[in-house]
Design a protein around this ligand. Structure first.
Ligand SMILES: Nc1ncnc2c1ncn2[C@@H]1O[C@H](COP(=O)(O)OP(=O)(O)OP(=O)(O)O)[C@@H](O)[C@H]1O
Length: 334
């Protein structure tokens, strides 16, 4: 059986808000993401981790139907509230689904917010777009309420402000308000706290968790930070070279990783592990550019355990809920 046939992924939820099957993303003939499968249930919180260049953001953009010009997605993406496969849905239907079936908070709110439009109008506009509120006045009042819910100080004054008048942390709260304005079934957070300082980061994470729990919103949380995943998520997908290399419950994956890449990521995130010269652990080498990953196991050129066997694509071991794709997994002698 091939790795593709086994569709590495996560979850078996019957009340799925998201079902991804064999997602691939290509630029011309070059594959950037391959064979990604995942199911996220209602209210579930799933992390997506991997180094820069692993394919996390492209995967998230595909789930929003927002891939950059020139990139093509294959496979299938089904979202609750959308009648058809997202990859076979036209732009008009997609625009309707965005915000309601799925919504996203990006890392850099300044690029996502309109710099010349008042905050309150930006929140109200998305409600009017989806007719969550009937009139402009109703939407304006609901926007102030929502700004209060994301704990912005003086929500009325904030509604009248322009983005540049707010701090980075406040702008990120506005983005969260906009993302939640139409009560999406799935909220994708792509490094939502990376640009914030540590205390603001923790407050933002608490807020996302609280509001998602209140509304039973499922979360797909993309981050480099394993500690954030451990705080926020129940399950995790580990990506490298555009592929899912391991998946499972956060506790299982972090305490007993099987893929050599996951093992390396965990060691690299542990500030207590140093070598004989006192240096922090790192994964050797650098992430290749998209499309430059080796055949076979995508991690083999950086993996200390690689053998000739790794020149063949590793089969998926385990289930879609707990599994990995590695010829020489942690805990098994070569
Ligand atoms: N528009 C594009 N055209 C061609 N290649 C692209 C494009 N966008 C991204 N890529 C490539 O696809 C690969 C995956 O990128 P992606 O942004 O998804 O990684 P990531 O894991 O999200 O990284 P980061 O954490 O830095 O956001 C990278 O090698 C990147 O250079």
């Amino acid at each position: 059986m091939t790795a593709a046939a086994q569709a590495p992924g996560i979850g078996t939820a019957t009340d799925a808000v998201l079902t991804v099957d064999n997602l691939g993303i290509q630029v011309g003939p070059v594959p950037l993401v391959e064979d990604v499968s995942a199911t996220i249930g209602s209210g579930e919180r799933v992390g997506l981790i991997g180094e820069s260049g692993s394919g996390k953001s492209l995967t998230a953009l595909a789930l929003m139907g927002l891939l950059p010009e020139g990139l093509r997605a294959t496979g299938s993406i089904r979202l609750r509230g959308m009648p058809d496969d997202l990859l076979r849905t036209g732009e008009r239907q997609l625009a309707k689904a965005r915000g309601k079936a799925v919504s996203m908070v990006f890392q850099e709110p300044m690029t996502a917010l309109n710099p010349v439009m008042r905050i309150g109008d930006q929140v109200a506009e998305v409600m009017l777009l989806h007719r969550t509120r009937a009139s402009r006045a109703e939407a304006a009042a609901a926007a102030v309420e929502l700004l209060d819910r994301v704990r912005l100080p003086d929500p009325r004054a904030t509604a009248r402000a322009f983005p540049h008048q707010l701090s980075g942390g406040q702008r990120q709260r506005v983005m969260l308000a906009i993302a939640l304005a139409n009560d999406p079934a799935l909220l994708i957070c792509d490094e939502p706290t990376t640009a914030l300082d540590v205390t603001v980061q923790a407050q933002m994470l608490d807020l996302i968790l609280e509001l998602a729990a209140e509304r039973n919103t499922a979360l797909l949380f993309i981050t480099h930070d394993l500690a954030v995943v451990a705080t926020v998520c129940q399950r995790v997908l580990v990506m490298y070279g555009g592929r899912v290399v391991e998946t499972g419950e956060v506790y299982d994956v972090f305490t007993a990783p099987r893929h050599r890449y996951t093992e390396g990521l965990i060691a690299a995130s542990d500030l207590t592990v140093v070598d004989e010269r006192g240096r922090l652990q790192t994964i050797p080498g650098a992430v290749p550019n998209g499309g430059d990953f080796p055949d076979g196991c995508v991690f083999r050129t950086r993996c200390p355990q690689a053998t000739a066997r790794c020149e063949r694509t590793p089969e998926w071991s385990g289930t879609t809920a707990r599994g990995f794709a590695c010829w020489h997994p942690v805990g098994e002698d070569r």
